[in-house]
Design a protein. Structure first.
Length: 243
């Protein structure tokens, strides 16, 4: 693991955008694995800024997102498809036909997950996968478990994840209880992985991810086994980590 320590969230966002920008410039038809949540927003803003300055071209980029709530279609303003449109896709020249998010409106979970794995396979896999980090160590919606999930699957969200996400919904009952997510195995097949982490509230779990045992109880700890992982984290997030 390579760990890049940054001063604050803005610095983290810039340095993460540097890595993604380099990937796009070096391989204009890259397959980017993208993430939602509050942490990557600043990175997407930086990428949009660079596109507007004429420094980046997304026209040949292919994207696959980590996850989507089961039961929400793309037009729902709490869906991750909608999130990506708002924070990146509508702001750059990416071809919407080349952007993919698991189909949350598909009630047949086996079909939704198999279809998504086929999309990733047909693209030849992921060149660079962007990840955030959950308070319980989840990546995507791979929650703490007794084993690492291999492929895209339907997951029951834990209470801590529901609580963390309820601020985005009008009331807690509206938060979906299930999601479709890439599996740990799918994520680990990415050629390179970039993890963005910000805030003191993530410091304890980030230390476990970097220095703790590799266990499905802390899903992101499996990243220790990947040959090309970069963690970009601010000082607060790294405050409990010894490097």
């Amino acid at each position: 693991m390579k760990v890049i320590k940054t001063k604050d969230y803005a610095d983290m966002s810039r340095k993460a955008a540097n890595i993604i920008s380099a990937q796009i410039i070096l391989k204009p038809d890259s397959v980017l694995g993208l993430a939602t949540g509050s942490t990557p927003v600043g990175t997407y803003e930086e990428l949009t800024k660079r596109y507007n300055q004429g420094d980046l071209d997304f026209s040949k980029i292919l994207s696959v997102n980590l996850d989507e709530y089961r039961g929400l279609d793309a037009s729902n303003d709490q869906s991750y498809h909608y999130f990506m449109n708002e924070h990146l896709f509508k702001n750059v020249n990416i071809d919407k036909a080349n952007t993919h998010v698991p189909d949350g409106s598909e009630p047949d979970s086996d079909k939704a997950c198999a279809d998504y794995e086929e999309i990733i396979r047909s693209y030849g896999g992921i060149d660079l996968q962007l990840l955030g980090l959950g308070h319980n160590g989840h990546i995507g919606f791979n929650e703490p478990s007794d084993e690492f999930a291999k492929t895209t699957h339907c997951v029951d969200l834990t209470e801590s994840t529901i609580q963390a996400n309820k601020r985005f919904f009008e009331k807690e009952e509206d938060v979906p209880r299930q999601a479709y997510t890439m599996g740990i195995g799918t994520i680990m097949k990415a050629k390179a992985i970039l993890v963005v982490v910000s805030g003191e509230d993530k410091s304890a779990i980030l230390n476990e991810v970097i220095n703790g045992p590799i266990t499905p109880k802390v899903p992101a700890s499996v990243l220790q086994l990947h040959p090309n992982v970069t963690i970009v984290a601010d000082e607060a997030a790294l405050s409990k980590t010894t490097l």
